[in-house]
Design a protein around this ligand. Structure first.
Ligand code: NAD
Length: 498
């Protein structure tokens, strides 16, 4: 079995210490091992990044952008192989893996605009013969820690923009599906990135702690579960680092009585069961306003959930693959058992699914719970599997109160034909990303991505304009070149234009 190496200073580094198994979730077999970095390996990556920083910082943004243009082309040329690797280790369908890569490439396209993005702000004559401007300078060595569910897209949210802004980057991807992430980082080097500007270290808590504690690492971007996001935010901020830590979610879709039901059902099927529910923007709760729409929704969902085409992710034409690991399958199945015990009505039970030819894969069929109430664990906690919960309420106000009281605030959406209801929802919902008749309102690369409440710790959202601000420091410069050399007496009053 091969061991997936680190990538430090442009070289594959085997690593001598601990390793972890990487599975093909469709077969249930361990197919690789991945090296787990210890503190010495992390220090090697930090040293490489630190050494590369002065020259990269001084490289004109237009030249940095040229690397991004070549990188984008290489990603497109290798899209099929990347999608295969994602699908093989994550389990998502090949089409879904291709979609993730395309959304990642959007972020590379945005980073191609580095010269425009890094334009400063300038004022002539802020005082007599004095000009003032703000410059946006790179921070130095920055690190990113990413989750298993988007091994291509989430790293691409981070390092193309960080690097285009002049930083050097250390990426610690998920140890569960690292192959596509590594291949993509190697393509970045093929695109002409100097050695040491991007380093990839695999690992677990030991590697992450070493990054948090290293004084040379000036900023941390994290995407993953809320407990780890909270830990990284507090430990990083305590050490004076800039941190953005995106966490978990429980995304509600509100169905108003006037919704276009057939379109809402199609949207919900994709948003709840796509990628086996392993998306931070997956819809996991449908809040139905009135019993009539709830009954109609259940009637339309049941046959479609039972007809989901489920199999090995790498096969074309499927709706859903397996969950990522056996441990995760057990966790999601545990939630289903818990929901039944708590008294929710399990209308479709996907447990015990066996896929012919892939009997040992980590498969779970789509599950649907009706009459879920807010006191149940299946409502309160993120399940991260193909489990949709229906909650019945009597009014839009009740639906919104439910969402606003939930601890998570990543994404939400409303299905309605009523503009007034939609506008009220957009104005007053306590959630960072909102869709109106759009089930997965993931912002495009030139906006920014982030939730509210316990879905994001930090001030700035990921990628887009917020990403530029996160990966740069503002420096304000005030400069005076007097027209005529003349002596001025000392002034003791605070300088002003008054
Ligand atoms: P995770 O929190 O288990 O792991 C994320 C990263 O943290 C990985 O690189 C992992 O190696 C590392 N890690 C794990 N345990 C750690 C520890 N004790 N100390 C330090 N680092 C540790 O998350 P996951 O299971 O890989 O991904 C799923 C989660 O990510 C879900 O909660 C999902 O909602 C969330 N997610 C959020 C977003 C978002 O944008 N808000 C996007 C994708 C995924």
């Amino acid at each position: 079995m091969s061991t997936i190496p680190h990538l430090i200073n442009g070289e594959r580094i085997a690593g001598a210490g601990r390793t972890a198994d990487v599975f093909n979730p469709s077969t249930g077999e361990a197919i690789h091992q991945v090296a787990l970095a210890d503190r010495a390996v992390i220090q090697q990556a930090i040293d490489a990044a630190k050494a590369a920083f002065p020259a990269w910082r001084a490289t004109p943004p237009a030249k940095r952008a040229q690397v991004m243009f070549r990188f984008k082309q290489l990603l497109e040329d290798n899209a099929e192989q990347i999608a295969q690797l994602i699908s093989q280790e994550h389990g998502k369908t090949i089409e879904d893996a291709g979609g993730e890569l395309k959304r990642g490439i959007e972020n590379v396209e945005y980073a191609c605009g580095a010269p425009e993005l890094l334009k400063g702000e300038y004022n002539r004559n802020v005082g007599p013969d004095i000009d003032g401007w703000s410059d946006f300078q790179p921070i130095g060595v920055v690190a990113g820690i990413t989750p298993f569910n988007f091994p291509a897209m989430v790293p691409l949210w981070m390092y193309p923009l960080a690097i285009a802004c002049g930083n050097c980057f250390i990426l610690k991807p998920s140890e569960r599906d690292p192959s596509s992430t590594l291949l993509i980082a190697e393509l970045m080097h093929q695109a002409g990135l100097p050695k040491g500007v991007l380093n990839v270290v695999h690992g677990d808590k030991e590697a992450v702690d070493a990054l948090i504690e290293a004084p040379q690492v000036k900023a941390l971007s994290f995407v993953g579960s809320t407990p780890i996001a909270e830990y990284i935010y507090s430990e990083g901020a305590k050490r004076g680092k800039r941190v953005q830590a995106l966490g978990g979610a429980k995304n509600h879709a509100v169905l108003m009585p006037d919704a276009d039901l057939d379109n809402a059902v199609s949207a919900l099927m994709g948003a709840a069961y796509g990628s086996c529910g392993e998306r931070c923007m997956a819809i996991s709760v449908a809040v139905c306003v009135g019993d009539q729409i709830a009954d109609a929704l259940v009637a339309k969902l049941v046959p479609q959930i039972k007809a989901l085409k489920i199999g090995a992710g790498t096969r074309c034409g499927l709706d859903m693959g397996p969950l990522v690991t056996g441990a995760h399958l057990d966790k999601v199945t545990g939630y289903v058992e818990d929901g039944v015990k708590a008294g929710a009505e399990l209308v479709v039970d996907g447990r015990g699914l066996s896929v012919a030819g892939n009997e040992n894969g980590f498969f779970l069929g789509g599950c649907l719970f009706d009459r879920v109430t807010p006191d149940m664990r299946i409502y309160q906690e993120e399940i991260f599997g193909p489990v949709l919960c229906i909650v019945r309420v009597n009014s839009l106000e009740e639906a919104m109160a439910l969402i606003n009281e939930h601890e998570y605030g990543n994404g939400t959406c409303i299905f309605t034909r009523d503009g007034e209801a939609a506008r009220l929802f957009c104005d007053e919902i306590e959630v960072g990303m909102v869709g109106v008749n759009v089930p997965l309102p993931v912002p495009v690369a030139y906006h920014s991505f982030g939730g509210w409440k316990r879905s994001l710790f930090g001030d700035l959202h990921a990628y887009g304009p917020d990403g530029v601000r996160f990966y740069t420091r503002r420096k304000s410069i005030t400069q005076r070149w007097p027209q005529r050399a003349s002596h001025e007496a000392a002034q003791f009053a605070f300088p002003s234009n008054g």
